[in-house]
Design a protein around this ligand. Structure first.
Ligand code: URA
Length: 248
């Protein structure tokens, strides 16, 4: 048996002192029952939750990285290129995290990392309603009929894409390029680039600016931070929302 604050701290959710605060705030349950006694002890089979999220010793870790260009979104690379794992700080190395889905080598922006396979499946599984928002710099001037086609769905690799939310941010006539914002709920291979290819445009730069509720406006490139328990909870709720669907 061990003190409950030790169990919570070992999971990485909060320090022992913070764990005591969580207990006093009534946010900690043991086997489904709120506990308020700081002296509570738990055994290996007891289920401890903070804000109804299970805390176990094999602690789950959820991170967000502001991925720079020039990194592969995988744990290793057969060609010895840099991977996003090179950006994971020492303190998180023992947690064996992996990326939740992929961003291309030359795509930057929001990338979630975790060691929780179940969470990953909920985020990127076929039913996931998590929205992914991208800023896309394309070669050429985009007009409203192109935006409509992207919004309604285009054929890529023999499959029609689900509806997207698309808007034109700006046009650079001097350099003949356009900046488009697109939000999708699917995660087909190179989906955004393929969608633009399908309507005759080449993507020059791609940035994922949002994954569900997670943004990285205040993070520098290459920076990683832990997601809060509430951010994780919200992501799980968003995953259960319906995908963007075609209007009948
Ligand atoms: N779509 C792409 O084409 N590439 C990415 O990296 C992400 C979405």
């Amino acid at each position: 048996m061990e003190r409950i604050q030790k169990r919570i701290a070992a999971s990485g959710v909060a320090s022992r002192r913070k764990a005591e605060e969580l207990i006093l705030e009534g946010r900690v349950k043991v086997n489904g029952i709120v506990i308020s006694n700081l002296g509570t002890k738990v055994g290996p089979k007891d289920e401890v939750t903070v804000d109804d999220i299970v805390v176990s010793k094999l602690s789950s870790l959820y991170l967000v990285l502001n991925k720079p260009r020039g990194y592969i979104s995988s744990v290793s690379d057969e060609f010895d290129r840099k991977t996003v794992m090179d950006l994971v700080p020492k303190e998180f190395k023992d947690f064996h995290v992996f990326p939740v889905g992929r961003l291309d080598y030359d795509t930057k922006g929001v990338l979630i990392l975790t060691n929780d396979g179940d969470f990953m499946n909920q985020m990127v599984g076929p039913k996931s309603g998590v929205q992914k928002e991208y800023l896309v710099r394309v070669k050429g001037i985009v007009n409203s009929s192109v935006l409509n086609r992207l919004e309604n769905g285009v054929m890529i690799n023999g499959k029609m894409t689900l509806p997207a939310i698309v808007s034109l941010e700006s046009i650079d006539r001097e350099n003949s390029s356009s900046l488009v914002r697109i939000t999708i709920t699917q995660g087909m291979n190179h989906q955004v680039k393929e969608m633009f290819k399908a309507v005759g445009y080449e993507v020059k730069r791609l940035t994922r600016v949002r994954f569900g509720n997670i943004k990285i406006d205040d993070m520098s490139e290459g920076e990683i931070r832990r997601l809060t328990i509430h951010e994780v909870k919200t992501l799980l709720e968003l995953a259960k929302q319906p995908k963007l669907l075609r209007k009948k």
